[in-house]
Design a binder for this molecule. Sequence first.
Ligand SMILES: NC(=O)c1ccc[n+]([C@@H]2O[C@H](COP(=O)([O-])OP(=O)(O)OC[C@H]3O[C@@H](n4cnc5c(N)ncnc54)[C@H](OP(=O)(O)O)[C@@H]3O)[C@@H](O)[C@H]2O)c1
Length: 360
Amino acid sequence: MSGGNGAHGRPAGTGLAILGSTGSVGVQALDVVRSAGGRFRVVALAARRSAARLAAQARELRPAVVALADPTEAAELARDLPPGCRLEVGNEAVASLAACPGVEVVLNGITGSAGLAPTLHALRAGRRLALANKESLIVGGELVTGQARDGQIVPVDSEHSGLAQCLRAGRAGEVARLVVTASGGPFRGRPAAGLEAVTPREALAHPTWSMGPVISVNSATLMNKGLEVIEAHLLFGIPFDRIDVVVHPQSIVHAMVEFTDGATIAQLSMPDMRLPIGLALGWPARSAEPVGRVDWRGGGRRVPGRPPALPRHRRGGRRGPRRPRAARRAGPRGGPRRRAVVSRPGPYTGRGPFRTRETA
Ligand SMILES: NC(=O)c1ccc[n+]([C@@H]2O[C@H](COP(=O)([O-])OP(=O)(O)OC[C@H]3O[C@@H](n4cnc5c(N)ncnc54)[C@H](OP(=O)(O)O)[C@@H]3O)[C@@H](O)[C@H]2O)c1
């Protein structure tokens, strides 16, 4: 997945360092790279001690360098690496991958406070930081945000990615409130007394997300949601009393932003981390292919009460200049023939007169 060379002899595709490539976020990031058709190029990979997995990734993706934090498995890893792939060992080596030549975006998918040093390295090196490692924000606080220029940190956490997407709909001074959703985890609805007997296995079985063990347990105790509120405050600069949490067991709505006029913009998508990961890697551009789609038909059934004239309006709309007449004809049979409701292409196609900052 090297991405080949671009028009001027430079390698094509955005150069990535994927830190924590053997974990849940890292493995899904590599899925995104594989399905992105050369948009991304893996330059560097890092893990703590999963040497065999890291070697397999290196043989497939051919990064220039890999790093392993724990030296115990380094000799085994060195034997299994493909020719031309350099091995670095130790925590400092992992952090400094962020500043490697050719790296444009650093995905920090390390778990725990070990992610802080790589976060700081990425920011100081001027790389865009796709940040899954919320612990670096929580632990580092203003030390981290103070080093980041505007837009340098792009959140990967689904709720914060959702907020970042909703915030595209208004100006900074128009934000009234941020809302992040919580599925409630595997123990939602259980009385407190019943929680004494729960097992780690139950805590790891999250009902809607498949994640690494630390965040899964933190989700079961709702500790994760507390961390996410702090993360939202630090990322978006909104005071704590204007950040709310609402329970939404389906994990389809990830976040909402309420604006000063009372309009609330929500971000919805299937619970699949490959969407926020891909968006953070390519920010602000979206993937050309959907990562699952929300099914509005209510489990495959037609929505009751769907207007019967709709297919005829669609046909009429496609006829172009004759649209108004076609739409008039498409009025309810035997009912009043009203003026056309479809008189020009809607704004959503990108071809109409309407433009947003993003589509212009
Ligand atoms: N998983 C999700 O869906 C999700 C969603 C939102 C946010 N997040 C956040 O993303 C981060 C990663 O979560 P995860 O679920 O992907 O965790 P995970 O499955 O446990 O994976 C952690 C990764 O970090 C590596 N690692 C740990 N310590 C390291 C160190 N000192 N140096 C280099 N690599 C190290 C691990 O390597 P080894 O394999 O060698 O141990 C592994 O590759 C966490 O901060 C989590 O809160 C995750």
